[in-house]
Design a protein around this ligand. Structure first.
Ligand SMILES: NC(=O)c1ccc[n+]([C@@H]2O[C@H](COP(=O)([O-])OP(=O)(O)OC[C@H]3O[C@@H](n4cnc5c(N)ncnc54)[C@H](OP(=O)(O)O)[C@@H]3O)[C@@H](O)[C@H]2O)c1
Length: 234
């Protein structure tokens, strides 16, 4: 893991921050992406890394970040598409602006991140993409129609991309968590109290597990994580 060059989107909070902490502790060279520069600086906490603030819905930001990463570190080993937004709203009340914002952040941005980073990931000896989807990539929940559509799109895209790049040495994984206690869930599911929920650290540990598996002959395409209180294999 030491010195692996890893890009994390949405590193300024929740799951992204936990992933950054885990990768920092392994000695990785990190690129922290997110809209809020102050939050990213707080995560970096004066540790050596590259902070690139910006909005993933801006194509130029994605291109600029990849260029800055390669200029500073000379390549890319791991891309973690973690940033996302959610919503809890009745279907008839969702505006097309909200639809575009969710689809652009959760599905289009990871697509373009992969597209822009792949030439460098292909040159890495351990090129790895980890897309953070959701349980909603498999199930449709009421009041989450756009979010579910965006995560189904991310999962479908990941499946196709993994097949396209497997023989070229780049692995594409998906982690699909149930409810994780972060700001997102506090806003989109105010009914959940945090009790018995997944923690951001649980997702970060899964990221480490997937990256470390590059040294073995076993591959986990997707890892689904759910709350202990939920039925298994739902
Ligand atoms: N929490 C859950 O229950 C849960 C369950 C399953 C899957 N997930 C997925 O896990 C991922 C992380 O979620 P989280 O719970 O950690 O949410 P979070 O605490 O709200 O963090 C989301 C991060 O994404 C960033 N982000 C959002 N839109 C962006 C944009 N347009 N450009 C750049 N960055 C943007 C945010 O940046 P700013 O700080 O600048 O706003 C923030 O750092 C998401 O993809 C989410 O769908 C979450």
């Amino acid at each position: 893991m030491k010195n692996k060059i890893c890009i994390i989107t949405g590193a300024g909070g929740g799951i992204g921050t936990a992933i950054a902490e885990a990768l920092f502790s392994c000695g990785c060279k990190l690129v922290l992406m997110g809209r809020n520069e102050e939050k990213l600086k707080k995560v970096a906490n004066d540790r050596e890394c590259l902070i690139v603030p910006g909005d993933l819905c801006n194509d130029a930001y994605i291109k600029e970040t990849i260029e800055k990463t390669v200029a500073k570190y000379g390549g890319i080993d791991v891309l973690i598409n973690n940033a996302g937004i959610a919503q809890s709203k009745a279907f008839t009340e969702i505006s097309m602006e909200e639809y575009d914002a969710i689809m652009n952040t959760n599905a289009r941005a990871p697509f373009l991140m992969c597209k822009t980073a792949l030439p460098y990931l292909e040159k890495s000896s351990c090129g790895t993409i980890i897309n953070i989807a959701s349980v909603t990539a498999h199930h449709g929940y009421a009041l989450q129609s756009v979010y579910a559509a965006s995560k189904h799109a991310l999962l479908g895209f990941s499946k196709a991309l993994s097949k396209e790049y497997y023989q070229k040495g780049v692995r594409v994984h998906v982690i699909s968590p149930g409810a994780v206690f972060t700001d997102m869930v506090k806003i989109s599911r105010p009914d959940l109290t945090g009790e018995g929920m997944l923690l951001p650290e649980n997702i970060a540990e899964t990221v480490l597990y997937l990256i470390k598996m590059r040294n073995t002959a076993s591959v986990a395409d997707e890892i689904q994580l759910h709350r202990e209180t939920k039925e298994p294999f739902m």
